[in-house]
Design a protein around this ligand. Sequence first.
Ligand code: NAD
Ligand code: MG
Length: 384
Amino acid sequence: MKRKIAILGSTGSIGVQALEVIRNLPDLLEVEVLTAFNNADSLIQQALEFQPNAVVIVNELWYPKVKEALQNEDIKVFAGESSLIDIVEMDSIDMVLAAIVGVAGLKPVYHAIEYHKPVALANKETLVVAGELMMQKAGENQVPLLPVDSEHSAIFQSLAGEFENKIEKLIITASGGPFRGKTAAELREVTLQQALKHPNWSMGHKITIDSATLMNKGLEVIEAQWLFGVPLEDIEVVVHPQSIIHSLVRFTDGSLKAQLGLPDMKLPIQYALTYPKRVATDFPRFSFAQYPALTFEAPDLQLFPCLQIAKEAAQRGGNIPAAMNAANEVAVAMFLQGKIKFTNIPDLVAKTIAHTPFSIPKTIEGYIETDLNSRIYTNHNSSF
Ligand code: NAD
Ligand code: MG
């Protein structure tokens, strides 16, 4: 039996790599649904190749174009945000790959969990914003959430066979990004082009900027807290510039287990899609000769305040991580548009959090309300 996959966000960096994985495993995996926000051309081309049951183009402007291009195919075409949510209900879907960027993934992922669909989760913002509700619903419905993020996949792989054993610490590795070792003065002058050049990974723009500010690591600490049920004080971040050790678990006997490999997202994507099986690949193999030294250092929290901001937001809990995430999404978008400086990103996020009234939302809509308020505040307070 082939596993039928719905890829939410199929035109992005994770989505495209997931399709590469599926293309190489035609006997095991099949594309059931593809979705995209704006990129109609790429969605059409993917649909023609993979012949899914249905596609969703979220921006309705492009509906006529997609509909026309696929009129001779046996492929249903839907448009709009509500279709993106409803589509996960389809009986034929065996697994949902959440590869949308940002809080836009929240409702579809929650809906997938409500409909008992196993989720391969790349969209970390979903757990940052509403991790408690997500995990609660996943537990109630016994829906597995399989991590795609490389660090969380590494932890998940290290935990195989250890689920009964207590975790003493999770150690999340970070490359340190393109600006590791810079001075504060240098950091104030960095350009967008420099920020978009990640040393080890090629990814979507938003996560690439998050990696440069270290907000990505902050989001990952929160993601790990929820995925593995480990308290924040037992989650440590270590900078490991070579990105070969993807993360580690320390058990109560002091033993450390880790997962290693070349930095390539196809591996964690495939592990989630074929879980619990490991399937042979021809991906390039790690060579000891090419990596004579693996090095480690502490993250510089003064230079990269976002990591500390995220940990503090997680400690406060409630709606604060949601406010932080929204402010960060807006600030990163502004930086990408050349409207603010790189070092304004943490300032803007901190300012928004300071202005957010604390609450403990009981519903997804409650978290989304904080998200919207936070976006308005960030947008109106972005002059420096
Ligand atoms: P991306 O920007 O390359 O792709 C995003 C996808 O989401 C696209 O298909 C786009 O059409 C869709 N999308 C964007 N906005 C949307 C909206 N408002 N509504 C519906 N769909 C929308 O992003 P990416 O780099 O592939 O990252 C996706 C997620 O995976 C992020 O949460 C990121 O943090 C996480 N992640 C990515 C990587 C990586 O290597 N790229 C690694 C680990 C985790
Ligand atoms: Mg990661």
